[in-house]
Design a protein around this ligand. Structure first.
Ligand SMILES: *Cc1c(COP(=O)(O)O)cnc(C)c1O
Length: 308
């Protein structure tokens, strides 16, 4: 398939060596779904791939999907549709702003038609799913059963023989639901742990039960750092230090919070010395398009690279 030539799949796994993981003797492997494509990032591709294998493009003329003004899912959909030459529309939550942000401009560059609707209207329709009048509606964030099926490949293409625990960040819970169903189908007993990035006690646990009938994932809901898409100085400093130490950039909304949580869990000995963990880099680099100003949090002086 043409689309496959645009994507880096299977994605590689990187060994992560940070001062804190070495000090506490925890081995971290990072599944690099961020490398699948620069804009069809990580788990957004996984979810769309599951949806596309159910809905054959012969059965619809257009794709309609939903997102907030900084939705990684919207830009991923715009790019996938451009590659496949499928017309698409993105319905964006809230009133039309005076100026479109960089992420929505990227959607436009890839040919996506953008429509703004009121929050009230948005909340009534954002979970629409299926073909209506030859338009394929994909719910916000690609959150649907077929989205979970695509996410099974995150683990099916990864060697899990030396893994004690698996970590992933959770927004809707679709990605972890797919990974969970893979482990269950393979009868693998590796603990799968979700880091919830939204505020709300047991929010993802409730979503998993309600949407996907899953009751036995471990979800930490205390690492949201102030709420969805919120950041603070500690988080930004952490992401900076991680990037300098590893050469791998995390995003501020999902994977930064996941890795910051892993560091804290290691330091609290909730992840014990000697453990080998696999963390999923679900991508999300376009999240930085809305976070440029928050980099002002970064108080550290620039890292000095030695003269060669
Ligand atoms: C959307 C997103 C998530 C959340 O995935 P869910 O399936 O909604 O839980 C995680 N990481 C990144 C980088 C994302 O863009």
């Amino acid at each position: 398939m043409e689309l496959k030539n645009h994507l880096h799949i299977p994605s590689p796994v990187s060994e992560i060596n940070t001062s804190w993981s070495k000090y506490h003797n925890v081995r971290i492997q990072l599944k690099r779904d961020d490398l699948i494509h620069p804009l069809i990032s990580g788990n957004k591709w996984r979810k769309l791939s599951g949806i596309f294998s159910k809905f054959n493009a012969e059965h619809f003329d257009k794709i309609v999907t939903y997102g907030g003004a900084y939705s990684n899912h919207l830009v991923a959909t715009a790019v996938v549709c451009a590659i496949q030459k499928i017309p698409c529309k993105g319905i964006v939550r809230g009133e039309e702003p005076k100026e479109r942000n960089a992420l929505l401009q990227l959607c436009r560059l890839y040919g996506m038609q953008i429509e703004f609707i009121s929050r009230a209207k948005y909340m009534k329709t954002n979970r629409l799913y299926g073909v209506f009048d030859r338009e394929l509606f994909i719910p916000e964030g690609g959150a649907c059963h077929e989205g979970t099926l695509g996410c099974t490949h995150i683990l099916s293409e990864t060697n899990l023989s030396n893994v004690d625990q698996i970590y992933v960040s959770c927004g809707t819970g679709t990605t972890i639901a797919g990974m969970h169903s893979y482990l269950q189908a393979q009868n693998l007993k590796i603990p799968l742990i979700g880091i919830q990035v939204l505020k709300g006690s047991k929010y993802i646990e409730a979503e998993l039960l309600h949407r996907f009938n899953i009751g036995n994932c471990i979800i930490y809901d205390q690492f949201h750092e102030g709420g969805y898409a919120k950041t603070n100085a500690q988080l930004i400093d952490f992401i900076h230090d991680f990037t300098v130490e590893t050469g791998i950039l995390l995003d501020p909304i999902y994977t930064g919070k996941m890795m910051f949580a892993i560091k804290q869990l290691i330091e609290q000995n909730a992840i014990e010395s000697g453990k080998k963990i696999l963390a999923i880099h679900t991508g999300g680099m376009t999240g930085w398009l809305g976070k440029g100003e928050e980099l002002n949090y970064l108080k550290k002086t620039p890292h000095n690279i030695k003269d060669v």
